[in-house]
Structures are given as C-alpha cells and as structure tokens.
Design a protein around this ligand. Structure first.
Ligand SMILES: Cc1ncc(COP(=O)(O)O)c(C=O)c1O
Length: 398
C-alpha cells in the first residue's frame, strides 16, 4: 500500500494550500514529477552555471552511472544493456534503423503501434524494398497470437510490438510474441513507452531484443529523457547506424572501435541535469515499489472504467483483456478536444489522442479521437470523482 499523504507531499504541484488541487489525469502525456526529481535537476543546472558543464558532469560521474543501474534494477536488465537518450522515439529509432534490411524483407507492426514507429518502418521499407505488414488484433483488441504465427516466416526481420498503446488501456502480450518471432529469427522491438513506470516488467521474462521507453510519462522524470535496452548479445555485436566519439573510439587513421556495450547507441552530448533527474525518478519509483504503484494506478483506472459508462452519452473505448492506467472515452455529440478544453476550465488535465497517432487501430474502429485520462498512483478518489462530475456536466443529458 502506498502512503498517499507522503506521495502528495512529495509533489510540488500540490504545495499551494490556498489553491484547490488540480486534477491531474495526464501521466500518459507528461506526468507530475516528485520534488526530488525537480530538485536534482535544478541543482545540477545551478552547478553547471557555477563551474561549467564539464566540471559539473565530472563531479557526478558515479551518479550518472547509477542512472543506468537504477533502470536496470527496474526492468531486470544489466546496466551495460541500457543506452540513455532523449525520448522513446529516439531510442526506438536508434535500434530500428540499425537492423539490416534487404529487398523482400518484412517488418511486422502491431495494430496499435505508435505513428512515429510506423512512419520509420514505412520509410525504411521504402528505401530497402522491404514491406510493412500489420499484425491483426483478436476480438478483445489485443495482438492476435495465432494470426502472428501465420504471418511469421524467415523473411520477417523485425516485429514491432507496442506493450501499451497511446490511445487506450490495452496491454499486449509480450513473451509469446517473442517466442514465436525468435523461431523464425526475427527480432522483437518493444515499445514500452506507456508501460515502463506503471506496469512492472521483467526483460528476461519478456525475452525481447530491444525495448524503448521515455522518462516524462509514468516514470515521472524530466522531459527530454528516455532509454533503450538492448539484449546483451546485440549490445556487443550490432553496429548502430550513426556513431560519434562516445559510441565509438577513433583508433587509427582508417579505424574505429565500437563501445563495448549498449552505450554504442548513445551520443556524447546530453542533458546531464535531466539524466540525473531521470535517475532520481527511477529511484523514487523503486523506493515506492513498482508493484504498489501499479496496484494504485490500476485501482484508479478501474474506478474510472466502472463509473464513466454510467454517464449518459459516455463510451469507454479501452480494448484488451488486461488494462493499463490509460482510460479512453468519447462523449456523444461533444468533440474530444472540446471535452478536454472544458475540463481544463475546471483545472482538470486530460489529453486527446487523435487517429493519426494510432492510425490502424483508430481507423478500424472509425474513431477520429478519444479523450485520454491517465491517473497515476498519486491521484485521489475524490479527484477522480470531481473529474467524473465534470464529465457528467458536459455530457449530452445535461
Ligand atoms: C506508445 C507510445 N510510443 C511512443 C511514444 C513516443 O514517445 P516520445 O515522445 O518520448 O518519443 C509515445 C508518446 O506518447 C507513446 O504513447
């Protein structure tokens, strides 16, 4: 069980006692960081201003290394398999663009893959003479394992699997996908952008070849942070598509040597303050206990999923047998953007997920957009009820 008083006390956004607490339901967008994240980041920016960025970074080399250790602990990976980056898409692309592709090769993407991943797949397929094919979903809306089995053959070089999509509560199976893909020699790249930080996950159990994640969402780290996990065998053998003097060493006039681990997927320059902030965020989560956090997120999301359908005109749009903390819905006769804007007027933050972000799934369901409410563990039931009352106020029955 989490201590709500401590959780709330740790959040600078709730510091002002004269202001009614804002209802924050956008951890799938960019969450509210705990104070330690803010303090760590700002303290380092101040130190950079005092002594310059290089000396400031040199003073924190151990702490920077500890960022990868903390991430490794969180996902059960060796830190040598972690490459830090500035976003989930960057990490995803760093791996994806480094997978060799030849004419006739096939790339499989899941039905609710994120637009950035699909666009990159289409671009590479066009350049290489490869093809991109979507894996059908089953009747629950999650990736159809049987259909995947039928699609797989030796020409499939990579399966792009989204763990939890951006536009709803679906959670896709992972271990079975990996097992099937590996039977034909295909790599599995897991987009865990919406799951890392809310759903406890174990990279060994998943068996994926690579995983991408972001810092600012459920992990509650600073913006402009993310990471890539690469399976140890690949982290030491795969040649990244782009290199600099950090990912490789210039060893002779015509020679270079790749870094010995996943840092071959990193460039030298980075936002050190943000990375230290990310480390603080991951340690904060580890301290709370990822299982406790998930239990609280799941309970909040379940409350919304139970109550929203009671409001006339409101339809919950979540797919899948198992659910994440993202609750998606539409309100009959009211545009999703109007729902968002009217809620903002009550200091309630939700976002809208548009069809263009998850085109295949949204077109199949003939949805232009959904409202996305994503309550983290720190949101109280009273706040959820304020949100429900505000939605009821704008629903068509009123
Ligand atoms: C499922 C999913 N994948 C990838 C991304 C991209 O993350 P980033 O903006 O950190 O690159 C998002 C962002 O919303 C997402 O929801």
């Amino acid at each position: 069980m989490l201590d709500q008083t401590r959780l709330r006390g740790d959040i600078p956004a709730y510091d002002d006692p004269t202001r009614p607490t804002p209802v924050f339901l956008d951890s799938a967008g960019s969450s509210l960081p705990p104070r330690i994240v803010l303090d760590t980041t700002i303290a380092h920016l101040r130190r950079e201003a005092e002594v310059g960025g290089y000396r400031a970074a040199n003073e924190r080399l151990d702490d920077l290394a500890a960022v990868k250790s903390a991430i490794g602990t969180l996902i059960n990976a060796d830190p040598s398999g972690i490459a830090l980056s500035d976003s989930s898409s960057r990490s995803w692309a760093d791996f994806f663009y480094s997978v060799p592709l030849a004419p006739g090769d096939r790339i499989l993407i899941s039905g609710s893959d994120y637009a950035s991943n699909a666009i990159a797949a289409l671009q590479r397929a066009r350049a290489a003479g490869a093809v991109v094919e979507a894996i059908p979903s089953d009747e629950s809306g999650q990736l159809d394992i049987n259909a995947l089995g039928e699609l797989l053959d030796e020409r499939v070089k990579l399966v792009s699997l989204v763990h939890a999509p951006t536009n709803g509560g679906l959670v896709n199976p992972v271990a079975k996908v990996t097992e099937l893909a590996h039977e034909v020699g295909a790599l599995v790249l897991l987009d865990a952008c919406q799951s890392v930080g809310q759903i406890p996950l174990d990279i060994i159990e998943f068996g994926v070849d690579a995983l991408s994640a972001t810092g600012r969402k459920w992990l509650r780290g600073p913006r402009g942070t993310g990471f890539l996990y690469v399976r140890p065998e690949l982290a030491t053998t795969m040649e990244p598509q782009r290199l600099d003097l950090h990912s490789a060493e210039w060893t002779g006039p015509a020679e270079y040597r790749l870094a010995a681990d996943a840092s071959r997927f990193e460039f030298w320059e980075c936002d050190v303050a943000a990375r230290l902030g990310l480390g603080a965020a991951v340690r904060y989560l580890l301290d709370l206990g990822p299982e406790n956090v998930y239990a609280a997120v799941a309970a909040n999301a379940a409350h919304l999923r139970a109550e929203l359908p009671r409001i006339p005109g409101v339809t919950v749009r979540d797919l899948g047998a198992r659910h994440s903390g993202i609750v998606s819905f539409t309100v009959e006769g009211v545009e999703s953007t109007a729902v968002r804007d009217r809620l903002t007027g009550h200091d309630i933050t939700v976002t809208v997920s548009h069809a263009r972000s998850t085109l295949l799934d949204m077109s199949a369901r003939r949805l232009d957009s959904v409202v996305r409410a994503s309550p983290h563990c720190f949101v109280t039931v009273a706040e959820l009820d304020r949100f429900l009352a505000a939605v009821a106020d704008l629903a068509p029955g009123r």
